[in-house]
Design a protein around this ligand. Sequence first.
Ligand SMILES: Nc1ncnc2c1ncn2[C@@H]1O[C@H](COP(=O)(O)OP(=O)(O)O)[C@@H](O)[C@H]1O
Ligand SMILES: CC(C)(COP(=O)(O)O)[C@@H](O)C(=O)NCCC(=O)O
Ligand SMILES: [K+]
Length: 251
Amino acid sequence: MKLLIDCGNSRMKYVYLNTDTLGKVESLDNDQIDQKILNQLLNGVSIVCVSSVLDEQLFELISNSASQNGATLIQAKTQVQTNGIICGYKNPQQMGVDRWLAILGAQHLMPNLNLIIVDAGTATTVDILTSNQRHLGGWILPGVETIHNSITERAANVHSEFKMIDQLSFGVTTQENVNQASWAATLGLISMAKETFVNYLDKNNEKTSDDFQLIFTGGNGKKLMQLYREFNHEELIYVPELVFHGLKQYC
Ligand SMILES: Nc1ncnc2c1ncn2[C@@H]1O[C@H](COP(=O)(O)OP(=O)(O)O)[C@@H](O)[C@H]1O
Ligand SMILES: CC(C)(COP(=O)(O)O)[C@@H](O)C(=O)NCCC(=O)O
Ligand SMILES: [K+]
């Protein structure tokens, strides 16, 4: 059995791979993880494949567990080119591997479309992939909760708890103002990514609007997709295991 692990800045997500089928994605908060828990997760695993955007600490714990269980450890890295997809970064090593894997996963699930990939975690990232498999680059914004917390931590009279919302509206309490704005700002990022992509394709005489697909993933991905859908009637999907569709190509 293979174990795929994605270490994000807030949570570790993991999934078991039996032949070619991904199981259900599970998660643990980073501060809950210790050697004992990892040893249990790796019990009976022959190959463990890791994507991490963290410093070495958690990776070392995983590496210890792999040695103790006799499992082969594979660490995914962002590459200049994988499966014909060309990374847009000047220095691909600088781009978070979770983003690269989400791009590979998206292309695998939705080949030959203009893709806008939104990963809504601690950060919200947007990555753009053209229908001819070129990564144009992307954007990094603080995640929805990170935006929310940035103001509650810095303003004496802004008291609020982070919340999911059901729809966009104007706030009449401090808490509503901060939460609504955090989601609205992130939705604005996605709208502008779409506009910027359309402009790029028009200028470069490439295939345009009818073949776009927006793909959402990450802890806030489903909610963002639902909110975005209220205003935009285009093709949207939420794929919680998107990074793992990329990661499984490494093992
Ligand atoms: N059940 C949940 N547990 C933790 N965070 C959640 C949960 N549901 C939604 N979230 C949101 O998802 C974010 C973490 O998403 P995730 O994709 O795991 O991030 P990362 O990859 O950066 O660790 C949190 O900032 C939080 O706002
Ligand atoms: C942008 C990120 C912080 C997103 O991390 P996450 O929100 O998934 O924890 C991560 O992909 C990262 O550390 N990237 C390195 C910088 C870059 O991609 O340019
Ligand atoms: K992530």
